[in-house]
Design a binder for this molecule. Structure first.
Ligand SMILES: C[C@@](CO)(OP(=O)(O)O)[C@H](O)COP(=O)(O)OP(=O)(O)OC[C@H]1O[C@@H](n2ccc(N)nc2=O)[C@H](O)[C@@H]1O
Ligand SMILES: Nc1ncnc2c1ncn2[C@@H]1O[C@H](COP(=O)(O)OP(=O)(O)O)[C@@H](O)[C@H]1O
Length: 283
């Protein structure tokens, strides 16, 4: 068995819009959204182990192993596929945790796809996506690895066609707000009855993020970031926040806006992609 490290990309996503269409009996909300994958994200380094242990190297501060989605993904695949081997996991974190960019979910998906190969499990993408859904609603889109329209809790996916002029460049801003997804979905003022639309309608309508009003009210720094970004175009929040973004046709325009970003926030420029950078890395 190979015992050297290999590096695997874990790209970010943006929710180009997010409609909350209802609530299921289990309390989860039915959504309609468009997941735009980006060419920017975390990197997960993995090294198979013979002794069966799942070990982290230099883990993110404050994230216990039992809560870490990379560890949970590795343990889940090991248990479900009956694998004897283990793995060392080293995460190079670039995406803000809990920022609405799906970093933790993408890390988990990358671990599933990579260990499926490194351990020689041989599962297909369907089985990996189903296992991923048990770890989080956003894991399947990263396992499948294409920008997508999504319904349900985000597990029913259909490819998002590339626009005629190519994918935009995005300026993504992290205003530093620690927004709890559970708190947003529990807020009594959340719009949770958006009429379900056909994907063809959504293409024309553009869509909005139903979580934005709640988050802007409770996290003023998100409100400020959206107001600042609106000076450049149609700014939106991603997921349940707090990261926000605005699209640009040209990379240079996005970089210029980034250079004007108020110092109290951080940000990056990335391009939308049709297929996840993980696809090229996996065999
Ligand atoms: C809404 C999205 C859009 O991408 O937001 P972000 O997390 O990316 O911001 C995701 O689907 C989030 O999915 P996921 O990452 O699995 O959510 P979790 O943090 O596990 O959810 C925390 C809690 O939020 C509520 N929740 C979450 C998702 C959903 N569709 N309906 C809900 O009601 C549930 O109470 C759940 O226990
Ligand atoms: N490897 C990980 N990286 C980031 N967050 C993680 C990881 N493992 C577990 N988490 C937990 O998952 C939560 C959601 O993380 P993330 O997917 O980055 O954000 P979001 O769901 O807002 O897009 C974090 O608040 C964190 O507590």
């Amino acid at each position: 068995m190979a015992s050297s490290w290999s590096a695997w990309p874990a790209p970010a996503k943006l929710n180009l819009f997010l409609h909350v269409c209802g609530r299921r009996r289990d309390g989860y909300h039915e959504l309609q959204t468009a997941f735009q994958l980006l060419d920017y994200g975390d990197v997960v380094e993995l090294r198979p182990r013979r002794d069966g242990a799942i070990e982290r190297w230099a883990p993110p501060a404050g994230l216990a192993a039992d809560d870490d989605l990379t560890v949970r993904a590795a343990r889940a695949l090991k248990a479900e596929a009956g694998v004897a081997a283990g793995a060392d996991i080293r995460l190079r974190k670039r995406l803000p945790a809990g920022g609405g960019l799906g970093g933790g979910s993408s890390d988990a998906a990358t671990v599933l796809v990579a260990l499926n190969e490194l351990w020689g499990v041989g599962w297909g993408v369907e089985a990996l996506a189903a296992l991923g859904l048990r770890l989080g609603a956003d894991v399947p889109v990263f396992v499948r690895g294409f920008s997508a329209w999504a319904e349900g809790v985000g597990e029913r996916l259909e490819p998002l066609p590339e626009p005629a002029g190519g994918w935009p460049w995005y300026l993504v801003v992290d205003p530093g707000a620690q927004v709890s997804t559970a708190a947003v979905f529990a807020d009594p003022e959340l719009t949770r009855d958006s009429p379900p639309l056909k994907i063809s309608d959504l293409r024309e309508e553009g869509g909005r993020n139903d979580c934005e009003a709640v988050v802007r009210r409770r996290w003023p720094e998100v409100d400020e970031a959206l107001a600042w970004l609106s000076g450049y175009g149609a700014a939106r929040m991603s997921g349940t926040g707090g990261c926000c973004f605005v699209p640009f046709a040209e990379q240079g325009q996005a970089q210029q806006a980034l250079s004007a970003l108020p110092e109290r926030w951080s940000g990056f420029v990335a391009r939308g992609v049709t297929h996840s950078t993980l696809r090229g890395a996996a065999a």
